[in-house]
Design a protein around this ligand. Structure first.
Ligand code: PRP
Ligand code: URA
Length: 212
């Protein structure tokens, strides 16, 4: 994994890029888009959890008692609706015990500003790391909104996992939330005049749910 700056981690795993190549392809249908999004989320999760704190425990193997290590705190996965939902199953493949909170945000089509419409988080969400998933980091408005909600709930360890990030979104989060680590499969070139990521993959929510 390359590390262009302290808070941004870009994956260079061949499997992730192979799958991303099909997800970018306009000819990829909804069924395959959803499958690929979930598979990439699974692959990313392994790295995102690398430094989770573990604690010592004791178990009895069939032969004797022994010390083992287990993740010390509850983990919360928070998809940003709608497109982030497409990454949920993939992350849960790796962390089936994670709690799942939801944050609903839509970008206003004329202003590209985030409009929040739903929040449901575990009451002790701040008790452990939060994996915030949203495939697209464009202007950064939606992620900024979601991270602000999580910080207001007391969260100090928030990791944003996206597929494609734009430099504008990365810069915004670095300024507003410098403690948040961003994991992305690709850092794309720019935003266009409609605030879409170029080359990007189009509208992630529409492609995920066949609503385009
Ligand atoms: C998309 C995407 C992000 C947001 C990114 O959601 O899933 O949440 O846009 O853009 P930003 O960084 O400029 O805020 P959208 O608002 O299209 O909602 P949807 O997932 O329900 O389609
Ligand atoms: N939201 C998307 O789904 N795609 C973009 O390129 C930008 C915002």
């Amino acid at each position: 994994m390359s590390n262009p700056s302290a808070h941004l981690h870009i994956f260079d795993h061949p499997l992730i890029h192979h799958k991303l190549s099909y997800i970018r392809d306009r000819h990829t249908n909804t069924r395959d888009f959803r499958r690929l999004l979930s598979e990439i989320a699974t692959l990313m999760t392994y790295e995102v959890c690398r430094d989770f704190v573990t604690e010592s425990a004791e178990v009895e193997t069939p032969l004797e008692r022994t010390r083992v290590r287990r993740i010390a705190t509850p983990i919360t996965l928070v998809p940003v609706l709608r497109a982030g939902l497409g990454m949920t199953r993939g992350v849960l493949e790796m962390i089936p015990e994670a709690r799942v909170g939801h944050i609903g945000i839509r970008r206003d089509e004329s202003t590209a500003l985030p409009v929040g419409y739903y929040t449901k988080l575990p009451s002790d969400v701040a008790a452990g790391p939060v994996i915030l998933v949203d495939p697209m980091l464009a202007t950064g408005g939606s992620s900024d909104y979601a991270i602000t909600l999580l910080r207001e709930a007391g969260c100090t360890d928030v990791r944003l996992v996206c597929l494609v990030a734009a430099p504008e979104g990365v810069a915004r989060l670095a300024k507003a939330h410098p403690e948040v680590r961003i994991y992305a499969a690709a850092l794309d070139r720019e935003l266009d005049s409609n605030k879409y990521i170029r080359p990007g993959l189009g509208d992630a929510g529409d492609r995920c749910y066949g609503t385009g």
